[in-house]
Write a protein that binds this ligand. Structure first.
Ligand code: FAD
Length: 392
């Protein structure tokens, strides 16, 4: 029998973006029967990421949430700012649970073909997109890809290219130490010599937590450096020595924090989605909710027979804010800590999260900025004016 090489749609990359798009397609009465090829070099559940977010209106499956916290805290200069939230929960999904569930759903669908293979490239010809894999070439009307960076990535204009990089360990302690309803979003009371540095703590129970040592800087650290920092923090903040806990899992990440404008299309028929589609919010690294919003938009336009929409991940106004913040994070790391301190001291957490979700109005944004030291922002506008004046 001849192998099928033609599909209606191809999803290249089965991570957060690819699997979410598949799920949205399957919810659509008009699209759920489409023949879909799902390609990834690794088509097995992978528990390598803990995805957190606070706006769950786009989340496919409620029961996939592993934990929800209602209280957040930020620590800086030995001050602790804390809030119990009404509007938002801070939710976490473990990538292992998400990928396992989505791959199981894919497996049960006759119209979804799964191909475990490396992806080497894409092209387009007329009204077809073509994917090149280690196991052959396939074509479809539209291809959605989250696997490869755009070919011209290095040439895309970028003034600031930072990384949010971190190593986290999930630990189980002998004694109860954590409040399972309270996330430490940022604890800045640590050495700031590398640049903006903080600890992020997600407690899953009184004696289990993920502790991440996180940096907004240009260069990643060695595993030994991250681990030494975490051990030091566990000793200082929790009075925990090595024999007081066991490590149950490790998680590492490098997330782009750049002012680069990612192209929405790899070529005429291949759309970039997920991180390689520029869905990461540059000043925070949060991507998960934006991926879901984009997938919902794609399906909505495909249902109408339209060309899938490029993400307008952020409007001009929010791109300018992100550029200002990126500039300050890069050039004035110590001032950045002061900005975070003032931000959380003088504004409610829910207001800040709404701002980071890009759902505030201009007057609310002016009111937030009025609580922050204004000189670094004026300087950043001046230094980034060539971008701001040309559409950011
Ligand atoms: C450790 C970590 C934690 C994160 N936590 C959060 C968070 O809390 N909140 C948040 O909003 N964002 C978070 N992010 C950012 C973002 O949400 C994730 O990176 C998310 O996984 C991005 O989804 P994606 O589909 O674009 O990429 P991925 O999920 O990485 O999926 C890409 C897929 O492409 C496949 N692939 C890549 N290259 C090839 C190839 N050549 N051939 C075949 N297959 C290939 C990979 O196997 C992978 O399955 C985190 C990122 C990391 C790394």
């Amino acid at each position: 029998m001849q192998k099928n090489t033609k599909y209606d749609l191809i999803i290249a990359g089965a991570g957060a973006a690819g699997l979410s798009l598949m799920w949205y397609l399957l919810q659509s009465d008009k699209l759920k029967e489409k023949n879909i090829l799902l390609v990834d070099k690794f088509l097995k559940p992978n528990n390598d990421k803990t995805w957190c977010f606070w706006d769950d209106q786009y989340l496919p499956l409620d029961d996939i949430i592993n934990h929800t916290w209602n209280q957040l805290e930020v620590i800086a200069y030995e001050n602790r700012y804390h809030e119990k939230m009404d509007k938002y929960g801070y939710h976490c999904v473990k990538s292992g649970d998400y990928t396992a569930r989505m791959l199981q759903i894919a497996d049960q669908q006759k119209n979804i073909t799964m191909l475990e293979s490396g992806i080497t490239g894409f092209s387009s010809s007329g009204d077809k997109g073509i994917i090149y894999t280690d196991k052959g070439d396939y074509e479809a009307e539209w291809i959605f890809q989250s696997a490869l960076r755009p070919a011209n990535y290095q040439e895309l204009k970028s003034d600031i290219s930072l990384k949010q990089h971190f190593l986290g360990i999930e630990i189980k302690t002998k004694k109860d130490l954590f409040d399972p309803d309270l996330v430490t979003l940022m604890d800045f009371d640590t050495d700031q010599n590398h640049g903006v540095t903080f600890f992020y703590v997600l407690p899953f129970s009184k004696n289990e937590a993920l502790i991440e040592y996180t940096f907004f800087t240009e260069n990643v650290l060695s595993d030994e450096e991250y681990m030494a920092g975490i051990k030091n923090h566990l000793a200082e903040r929790y009075n925990l020595s090595d024999d007081g806990y066991e490590i149950t899992r490790e998680e590492k990440g490098v997330i782009p924090m750049e002012d680069r404008r990612y192209p929405g299309w790899y070529n005429d028929r291949v759309m970039n989605i997920g991180t390689v589609g520029g869905l990461t919010k540059p000043s925070t690294g949060y991507t998960f909710t934006r991926i879901h919003r984009h997938c919902a938009e794609i399906v909505s336009e495909l249902e109408k027979g339209n060309r899938p929409p490029e993400t307008g991940a952020s409007s001009y106004r929010f791109r300018v804010y992100d550029m200002m913040l990126l500039y300050i994070l890069k050039h004035e790391p110590k001032t950045s800590v002061k900005i975070f301190h003032d931000l959380f001291k003088k504004n409610s957490f829910e207001r800040i999260l709404t701002f980071l979700e890009e759902e505030t109005t201009l007057p609310a944004e002016i009111s937030i900025f009025s609580t922050l030291p204004y000189l670094p922002f004026f300087k950043s506008i001046w230094k980034m004016k060539h971008r701001i004046l040309t559409g950011a």
